[in-house]
Design a protein around this ligand. Structure first.
Ligand code: GLY
Length: 333
């Protein structure tokens, strides 16, 4: 088992990584927790034992269930059960569960402790770490939420073996991102250590900029095009697959801005190909459609902030010239 910490002074918390760490749940519960509300989905075959009185609350599947009505349902069920602020919520699942249950925990009784048992690769290396919680509105993803740090995160790598291949690849897209945030040799590491290396990187970033005033934005590397492809919607790309294409797009953009050279672009392509992730945008999208999705406003295309690689590493950069956005897009078609 590998134990890491997200360093946030008196709100620091442990992240345990390894096969079977879900069995450490009772050990990481906040002291004095008398009752636990376990939130999970019917499709997640991961029972947990908090070692105290508990009840399981099953939420719906998919991004559609990550909404305010699920938050209301959970809070009302918790209230009927008598969950108090001294109790604990345990979210068992991927990002949909930890984001939704984490947000419900943040607002129930103005805040009840939450522990995440992350059961997907994407959850373990990204969604469950760092305290971003929230739900979607019809108008967009993650538009309502809060920062609510968990009391602990368990990344049980044993359960990753039963993930559907596409869900596993979804996590690999985020893993590819860390290769450009200073995490070297990821593909040579055993799975536990690779997960731990990503968590260590994210914990360091979150510890230095919890509320994304600056540096934390680098965790969005590859996400601007990625989100646009997801928003376009009808292209059947998982988040990690869209981010993988977004990483290459960001490299092509950085090349055209003179921030990196051709070798570094090739490095992006090698890393993404090494994870067997998609490298080109699906047919049917044109550059103007994509640029309008970047800016969320079809008329105002005067500039977009990207996270781009460069001499100082990955950092936010404002790109004003739509011609450069288009040229980079042509390179990933
Ligand atoms: N997923 C990006 C972040 O947690 O900041």
């Amino acid at each position: 088992m590998i134990q890491l910490e997200v360093p946030l002074a008196d709100r620091s918390y442990p992240v345990l990584v390894g096969a079977g760490v879900r069995h450490q749940l009772s050990r990481v519960l906040p002291a004095g927790a008398a009752r636990v509300a376990v939130v999970t989905q019917a499709s997640i075959p991961v029972p947990v034992d908090p070692g105290v009185e508990h009840r399981v609350f099953v939420m719906g599947e998919g991004e559609e269930a990550k909404d305010l009505s699920t938050v209301e349902d959970l809070c009302r069920q918790w209230a009927r059960w008598g969950l108090t602020r001294a109790d604990v919520v345990v979210a068992v699942g991927g990002g949909v569960v930890t984001d939704t249950a984490g947000f419900a925990a943040a607002v129930y009784h103005r805040g009840v402790a939450v522990v995440h048992v992350a059961t997907t690769l994407l959850g373990q290396i990204d969604a469950a770490i760092g305290g971003k919680t929230g739900v979607n509105l019809t108008e967009g993803k993650n538009l309502v939420g809060s920062f609510w740090q968990p009391a602990a995160v368990l990344c049980d790598t044993e359960v990753l073996g039963s993930l559907p291949p596409r869900e596993y690849r979804n996590g690999l897209g985020e893993m590819a991102k860390y290769a450009f945030l200073g995490v070297d040799g990821l593909t040579d590491l055993p799975l536990d250590e690779a997960v731990a290396a990503c968590v260590r990187c994210k914990a360091d970033v979150v510890g230095s900029d919890e509320r994304e005033a600056g540096r934390r934005a680098i965790l969005n590397y590859g996400h601007t095009l990625g989100h646009a492809l997801e928003t376009a919607g009808s292209y059947d790309l998982r988040h990690g697959e869209a981010v993988a294409i977004g990483l290459i797009y960001a490299a092509e953009l950085a090349l055209r801005l003179g921030r990196i050279d051709e070798d570094r672009v090739a490095e992006h392509r090698r890393v993404v190909a090494g994870y067997d992730l998609p490298m080109r945008v699906p047919d049917g999208l044109d550059s103007d459609e994509v640029i309008s999705l970047f800016s969320r406003d079809k008329k105002a295309v005067s500039g977009v902030t990207f996270v781009l690689d460069g001499p100082q590493g990955v950092e936010p950069v404002r790109v004003e010239d739509p011609a450069i956005l288009r040229a980079a897009f042509d390179a990933v078609r």
